[in-house]
Design a protein around this ligand. Sequence first.
Ligand code: SF4
Ligand code: SF4
Length: 356
Amino acid sequence: MSKVGMGLSLLAARLTGRRFPCMVNWAVTGRCNLRCRHCYGDYGAAQKAELPLDLLLRTVDELQAMGTRRITLEGGEPLVRPDIVRLVDHIRSRRIEIALCTNGILLPGLLDELAGKIDLFVLSLDGSEPYNDWLRGKGAYRKTLAALEALRERGIRPLIFSCLIDRNMDDIDAVVRVAREVGAYVTFNIAVARIGDQNGRVPLQKEQDAAYRRAIAHIVRLKRQGAPVYYSLGNYRQALSWPTFAVESYRREDLPAMARAARRRMIPCLAGRYWCYIECNGEVYPCYQVVGTLAAKNIREHGVRQAFEHLASLSTCCRCYNLTLSELNLQAGLDPRAVLRVVRNYFFTKRAGRSS
Ligand code: SF4
Ligand code: SF4
């Protein structure tokens, strides 16, 4: 079973001190069919040249040789690539698990080709219809709902990904309600910036900490009451005790003081050691949050092995409150609850949605 294989490879790597990209989050395009106000990568407008299919396929082969067990395809919007099904087929032929992050708009038209090949569909929905459409554009809510319905009709259990910013924290219940209706898991991440008055993004301010903590405490309550909240409690607990959301991450030298301030052990960062992020132009980073802040190598010139190995020489942050990244860190660190959740989801998806 591939989850056992993933766990064993991580365990062996930890025992031997080997670094390898067990999990890879890969923005396969910078293009997108939406222009969301909160887009962290400005992908709606991004002009970074994306990699051609032949290089993507060669990179998959190289990743397989390095021991990669799961690739998460993201963007931009990965489904705008006309060759996305060929890429998916190639990844599957190399026996690597696939998660697909999408806004869902193009999904119904591609579902015949993709169902049975994707291990986890992740769809973005940020709140009730008025709020979601204010953020993502008119009509986005209904289109994402249609994609969720199409998955439900096939018995596939997806994950709804919801981004918390200062204006949608009252919409948590609305998203959980949708998740229940369509039989999905749901997860919430905290946007590291809020939307400013002119729609520019500005960093979170200390004064907003209390509101974010209330929102996270509410999510924890919902999870304890049986809501299908996906991320681990330990992850939300770290966010609850994070000293201030105005600081996204800490470096190694800040740790002793910050760990005391946070009153608990912070989740160690394993990005660049057991997982990594590939930007749409081919640059390899520890994670998406540090894109553009490090001297990354590009797989166009160096190949993915060298670009990944180069991460060991970069100095970066080592703790953050980003819930998505922290969940990956929990999985890569073989945290029992995070692993159990992944295994549970695997069996459910296998029964309900996969045909191969
Ligand atoms: S769907 Fe995602 S990638 Fe596209 S604009 Fe919105 S947040 Fe950015
Ligand atoms: S601490 Fe967080 S932001 Fe920093 S490299 Fe690790 S995962 Fe990325």
